[in-house]
Design a protein around this ligand. Sequence first.
Ligand SMILES: NC(=O)c1ccc[n+]([C@@H]2O[C@H](COP(=O)([O-])OP(=O)(O)OC[C@H]3O[C@@H](n4cnc5c(N)ncnc54)[C@H](OP(=O)(O)O)[C@@H]3O)[C@@H](O)[C@H]2O)c1
Length: 331
Amino acid sequence: MKIALNGFGTVGKAFAQILIDKAQTLQKEFDLDIQIAAINTRTRGTLFNPEGLDLSKVLAQSNFTGMADATQTAFKDIITHDVIDVVLDVAPTDIQTGQPGLDICRQALSAGKDVVVASKGALAVAFNELQEKAQQTRSHLLYEGSVMAGTPAIRLAKQDLAGCTITEARGILNGTTNYILTQMETGMTYADALQQAQELGYAEPDPTGDVEGWDAAAKILILSAALFGLQLKLSDLDVTGITQITPEDIAAAQAAGERYKLVASVTAQGGSVKPIRLPLIDPLANVGGATNAITYRTDLMGDVTLIGAGAGPRQTGFALLSDLIDIHRRG
Ligand SMILES: NC(=O)c1ccc[n+]([C@@H]2O[C@H](COP(=O)([O-])OP(=O)(O)OC[C@H]3O[C@@H](n4cnc5c(N)ncnc54)[C@H](OP(=O)(O)O)[C@@H]3O)[C@@H](O)[C@H]2O)c1
């Protein structure tokens, strides 16, 4: 299986390292040999070798210029090359426009390539269009890493719960905000908890996307399309972040035997992201720190809750691997 990889940051590199570490296991357990044939970055150049790149060498380089496999060929021309089977997008994307991943997904699917994304933008903006394109060209579009990293939130809903009707998904889909709310329960102010989250690398220097709820909202757009076929826009969602939550709010919830959580939810009628006081008997109320969770409400199984990592380079690298194994099994 030959891969073209867009983006080689923390996730792209962790994925490459997983391929090195797991090469023998993949061969033995799945008869699967995954080769990365192309890597594209924003500032460090592009690599292409139809035979497959030497990942140990690539990981040792901070810049690709001067490497034997460095190329001036545009990535859009590489992804349609005969040798490429699967195109992976692990670069940052704009959740308003879906770019640059959206164009890459369109080109790859139009050329009949399978596509795997950990980025959210393309699917948040054009899930239905991309799924239709995949059906037309009989290619696969998989996106496990876009919601809860490698914790199999998508696979649980689409494969394991297939046959159940899912009527609602509600979850803690952003680790940064859950970490901040958990710390505020120890008496910290919002500002101090945010600063601590930034020092630990959970929050970006500009935390707006997380704390105002937009990251969780993008995941709700993906879930609304994946579960209910609803192609919503960010402006269709009711989105409130956690910036207005005070220590007094947290204390009042605690006194009532409840906990504030930033709950992202979606039904066939629409979606929202907002801080909600949950009773402690709700499984989501007991998910602390940067951990994520999702509860699917179903007709045959009642509520099914999945708890696990929602981010992390290795966890997201695993999401990519799990999608590739899925594609390999589908044949
Ligand atoms: N980190 C996580 O835990 C996590 C979890 C789930 C999903 N994701 C998603 O995975 C993606 C990658 O995250 P990351 O943490 O690996 O990001 P990152 O460390 O910032 O790396 C981004 C990579 O993408 C490249 N890039 C940036 N803009 C590009 C463009 N326009 N065209 C081609 N390449 C471009 C960068 O190039 P340079 O090397 O030249 O800078 C870099 O190699 C994001 O969409 C993120 O939302 C991340």
